[in-house]
Design a protein around this ligand. Structure first.
Ligand code: AMP
Length: 395
């Protein structure tokens, strides 16, 4: 895997696709800088090698030029984080961008305006990609969050750089960390798949069954499995049309000697609300009208036991409605169990959706081995797909 460490950037300009799709508040201030910080190692490396950086990103989903989607709102945060003044240009192609790029000197950073102001970006337009490519000597992809999109700045642009292209350090480490679970994982390997819907995780589960020893299924999606096996799930979340698939997955797991762990008890509520009345019920015997919204105490213990004996853990999806305090205890208990296992030498990867938000919310980010920066992109990697943004660098 060719990364920025394998390239001589002296007096060269690097066009770096970063993922600065950060949340802004009503005053258009950045409220979470994680993604900007994640790009720092690549940027600083290139600057230290005597190169300059031209950063290209999207922000939100603008239909046209709309100020609330302007990347100028992140200039101050980026300048502070990188410790280098970030110059901003109000376009990503055309004369203004070309002039700003031409004037860039070694050690400097230029941030281009939102690439999605152009429909050509999401269309993967070749002419547009070629215009972008004219700004720099090298192309670096460090945007894991959009690596699953075949857009102009994430994929097509790479074509115009021949072999003058490489991975940024963030994208490289995302790839390496997934490998640590999917191909090099030290057994016992445990995957914890939670969240709302089975339908969005079927392909992931099917793909990882060859690699794992234990599969913990939690959250809303567990009820489709429990109902399919004849359990009473009351008013809990269920995907009726996925019961057949759920049984097939259980069958396949058995054939592949994967131990499946489903919740044995749940915190059931009489409404989906923080004011709900709650009771602890067996997961397969929830009274009519009650909804299972969190893992129960026995489940938490059993999941923690599996986690404690694992050497490799993948965590994707919460085991309850963690956004509501009352139903967050299962997810917190699981997060703490993973943190303790990690402290004892287990490799733990958290990625692909809301478990990342949960880990952040509960202060566990530094207590697990790796937290992925890409939701959809991580899910597609776990599904076993080669992402277009990654393929474009390898080709
Ligand atoms: P996902 O994006 O598929 O990882 O799903 C995450 C969502 O699943 C979160 O918003 C959780 O609130 C939700 N969730 C987890 N457990 C349950 C449950 N038992 N019932 C309903 N929603 C749940």
């Amino acid at each position: 895997m060719k990364t920025v460490k394998d390239v001589d950037f002296k007096d060269k300009k690097a066009l770096i696709r970063v993922d600065f799709n950060v949340p802004l508040n009503e005053d258009l201030e950045v409220t979470d800088t994680t993604r900007i910080e994640a790009a720092k190692p690549t940027i600083i490396h290139i600057l230290e090698e005597g190169g300059s950086c031209i950063l290209v990103s999207h922000l939100g989903r603008p239909k046209q030029r709309e100020d609330k989607f302007s990347l100028r709102h992140i200039v101050n945060s980026a300048t502070e984080i990188f410790g280098v003044t970030v110059t901003f240009v109000q376009d990503c192609i055309g004369p203004a961008a070309e002039e700003a790029a031409a004037n860039l000197r070694p050690g400097e950073i230029l941030l281009l305006e939102n690439v999605r102001y152009y429909q050509e970006e999401t269309d993967g337009d070749r002419d547009f990609a070629e215009k972008l490519s004219k700004l720099a000597d090298y192309y670096v992809n460090d945007a894991f969050g959009t690596a699953h999109r075949a857009h102009a700045s994430t994929t097509v642009v790479a074509d115009f750089f021949g072999d003058r292209k490489c991975f940024g350090l963030l994208l490289a480490s995302e790839i390496e960390n997934v490998k640590k679970v999917l191909s090099d994982g030290k057994s016992p390997v445990t995957a914890i798949i939670g969240g709302a819907k089975v339908s969005s995780k079927i392909t992931v589960i099917e793909n990882i069954l060859d690699t794992i020893d234990h599969l913990i299924i939690g959250g809303g999606m567990a009820f489709t499995f429990i109902k399919a096996q004849g359990g009473n799930i009351g008013g809990s979340l269920v995907e009726e049309d996925k019961q057949e698939v759920a049984l097939e997955i259980l069958d396949l797991a058995k054939k592949k000697n994967v131990h499946v762990h489903l919740p044995v008890d749940v915190i059931a509520a009489d409404s989906f609300s923080e004011y709900a009345n709650t009771t602890t019920e067996p997961a397969d015997n929830i009274p009519e009208g009650w909804l299972g919204l969190d893992a129960g105490p026995r489940t938490n213990e059993q999941f923690a036991e599996v986690v404690a004996k694992s050497n490799t853990i993948l965590w994707n999806g919460p085991v309850g409605v963690f956004e509501i305090e009352k139903f967050s205890h299962g997810t917190i208990a699981l997060g703490n169990a993973i943190a303790s296992a990690t402290e004892n030498g287990t490799f733990s990867l958290v990625g692909g959706g809301d478990s990342v938000a949960a880990v952040k919310q509960f202060g566990l980010t530094n207590k697990v081995s790796y937290v992925s920066t890409g939701g959809g992109a991580m899910l597609e990697m776990l599904e076993g797909k080669t992402l277009p943004g990654i393929k474009a660098i390898l080709d």
